[in-house]
Design a protein around this ligand. Structure first.
Ligand code: 2AM
Length: 191
């Protein structure tokens, strides 16, 4: 005859599940974005532009040289970078050229920008379409290619940016962590 288990028979199983579940449910999120990381030569030109700003009296939070990059899509907090890398692996990147040649601002954020590039726009469209098709969330703001030079700038002004080009043959999945001295960007993978 079937009998209801008395509580004392059920509780070991329950406590087993409860012991496991914190691990099973624990997921660590990472702040992710997809970027083009820049050539040394381009970074040097950007640091020169930052120095011109500083010497001209601009004060604010200047991006450290190692953080200078071009974001293609900002994903934000997401639990599974492997998932994103798999999606990116399905995108073909044929080498193309980008040219740094301008400077501008969004409010008090000053940036260096790129000459219009249909090839870059096409890559961004493919990346964002692939993310959307896979249900990976990302910031849908219109793509406006910029490399942040200084945030929260006081006395900002546009500087001359010497035209400089580089070939892009891969894009990178990056994680962003808040360090003691500011943001730390680390490449997780590339395609
Ligand atoms: P920004 O330089 O204009 O701030 C890492 O934060 C990178 O993702 C930066 O290049 C940042 O651009 C970009 N980014 C794009 N959308 C973002 C968002 N909604 N929040 C934070 N960073 C974003």
């Amino acid at each position: 005859m079937l009998q209801n288990h008395p509580p004392s028979r059920r509780s070991p199983y329950l406590s087993y599940v409860l012991t496991l579940s914190p691990d099973l449910c624990y997921t660590s999120f990472m702040r992710l974005f997809i970027s083009i990381n820049l050539s040394d030569e381009m970074r040097t030109a950007l640091v020169d532009a930052q120095n011109d700003m500083y010497e001209g009296g601009v004060r604010g939070s200047f991006s450290p040289e190692e953080n200078l990059h071009l974001t293609l899509a900002f994903i934000g907090e997401y639990p599974d970078p492997e998932d994103v890398l798999e999606v990116l692996a399905g995108i073909e990147i044929r080498p193309f050229t980008i040219t740094l040649d301008r400077c501008g601002a969004f409010g008090d954020l000053w940036w260096a920008g790129l000459a219009p590039s249909p090839a870059l726009d096409a890559v961004v469209r493919r990346v964002r379409r692939a993310l959307a098709d896979s249900g990976i969330p990302f910031d849908r703001k219109r793509f406006s290619p910029h490399i942040t030079l200084v945030r929260r700038a006081e006395n900002g002004f546009p500087v001359e940016v010497q035209p400089i080009s580089m070939t892009v043959d891969h894009i990178s999945l990056m994680r962003s962590d808040r360090g003691k001295q500011g943001m730390i960007y680390t490449e997780i993978g590339r395609i």
